[in-house]
Write a protein that binds this ligand. Structure first.
Ligand code: AMP
Length: 406
């Protein structure tokens, strides 16, 4: 089936008033009802269907190009392997700039479902959030584990609030064992899927149903198996396949792998290459196989996730160091239960006239606000006269991290 703008009327948004341009959208939907679009306007084959920007270590974001074929491979997988039905209500929590939203928008469109959109402001307003969830009649839950953890912190979040909820789909960050235990208690009839993948491989490339036999069996939950039309390899630095249990970089091939970054051939060459005759993407994730299952084991670089948002610490550092008040700075992730909860900026300043640290911090945050999205701005700022270095002259990140996180 072809995706085209004529499919848009299938998207029934009950809470349409929450769109910033809600009235305009309603107009567009009504005025296009029943119209057909000439086929020369269709996006097809290797043409870009969407471009989503992700944080880049060089200081500027990278535009991941996702083609029609990439997206179709993803949608077909969603339709066939997750027990989704026609006309279900899908929950949308992720903003459209985060490719997790693709996991609810497109399967929902293709299955003639409805999308229940949670406005961003509700995240800080649990009363409105729970009222909206109660009204949603949602069947399919799509979110980061962080978001469901937030909901689970309130006892009301259970099958009595969402009696029709049959499926939980998670992606974007590690799914803790403890989260799945709570979901099983509160939603005993629902099934849980852990999916894994980067934006460069069209949302997700592996999945596994988390049933009771898996919960608590391993230190961390598995990320499962590759989609049937793709492959996942664990490779060494010299691109040799690692044996069972050995850690290596997760490399993905298949029709869901992007053609690369928009107008960034050098960055594309760094992460995309030919492997066994197919386009392969080097994820920068460490992983290993055990008992025939794939496990995620952290990052090889300075990429972190906060509340599911992906960011390169080096991008934040580059922007912080570009501010006139800053001589040098590094960003330290603060972890709790293996999850990055927030970022701390450790800053060496140039001479300035601020009397108090909070004034300086306010000024630096203001400077960053003009160049970075809010979720990338460090929560905490600490100040140092200098940053310690290792024997080979690099900033001793471990030492600084130990100082500011303990
Ligand atoms: P994004 O491109 O924003 O979707 O982020 C992709 C990155 O998120 C991956 O490369 C992983 O580092 C991390 N990630 C995604 N899904 C999972 C998962 N199920 N478990 C652990 N990490 C994940």
């Amino acid at each position: 089936m072809l995706i085209s703008p004529v499919d848009i009327p299938l998207l029934e948004t009950q809470d349409i008033s929450h769109f910033i341009n809600g009235i305009r959208l309603r107009e567009i939907l009504t005025s296009n009802q029943g119209k057909t679009i000439p086929s020369d306007f269709y996006v097809l084959n290797h043409e870009n269907f969407y471009v989503i920007y992700t944080s880049g270590s060089t200081g500027s974001p990278k535009g991941v190009q996702i083609s029609y074929n990439n997206l179709m491979s993803f949608i077909n997988w969603m339709k066939n392997d997750f027990g989704l039905l026609n006309h279900q209500v899908f929950l949308n929590q992720a903003p459209f700039s985060f490719d997790l939203s693709v996991m609810d928008i497109y399967p929902c469109l293709f299955l003639g479902g409805s999308l229940w959109m949670l406005p961003k402001e509700y995240i800080a307003a649990p009363k409105e959030l729970f009222l909206s969830l109660e009204k949603s009649s949602a069947n399919v839950w799509v979110s980061t584990p962080s978001f469901v953890d937030f909901c689970l912190s309130d006892d009301r979040f259970s099958a009595s609030m969402l009696p029709g909820l049959t499926t939980f789909l998670f992606c974007g960050e590690a799914l803790p064992n403890t989260t799945t235990v709570k979901i099983r208690e509160r939603f005993p009839k629902a099934v849980i899927f852990n999916t894994y993948g980067p934006t460069e491989c069209t949302v997700a490339a592996t999945s596994i149903r988390i049933d009771d036999s898996l919960i608590g069996k391993h230190e961390s939950l598995p990320i499962g198996f590759s989609k049937k039309d793709g492959k996942v390899y664990i490779l060494s630095e010299t691109l040799e396949e690692m044996s069972n249990g050995e850690k290596g970089e997760i490399v993905i091939t298949g029709p869901h792998v992007s053609k690369g970054y928009l107008n960034q051939p050098e960055l594309t060459r760094k992460s995309f290459f030919l492997f066994n005759g197919e386009t392969a993407y080097k994820t920068g994730d460490l992983g290993y196989m055990k008992d025939g299952l794939l496990f995620y084991a952290g990052r090889l670089d300075f990429q972190v996730k906060v509340n599911g948002y992906r960011m390169e610490l080096e991008e934040i550092e580059a922007h912080l160091c570009s501010l006139t008040l800053v001589k040098n700075a590094i960003i330290v992730p603060n972890y709790k239960n293996e999850k990055c909860e927030f970022l701390t900026a450790v800053v060496v300043t140039r001479q300035h006239e601020f009397q108090k640290e909070f004034q300086l911090t306010a000024q630096l945050k203001k400077g960053l606000r003009g160049i970075l999205p809010q979720y990338m701005i460090p929560r905490k700022f600490v100040y140092r006269a200098f940053l310690p270095t290792t024997n080979n002259g690099k900033i001793d990140r471990k030492k600084v991290a130990n100082e500011v996180t303990t």
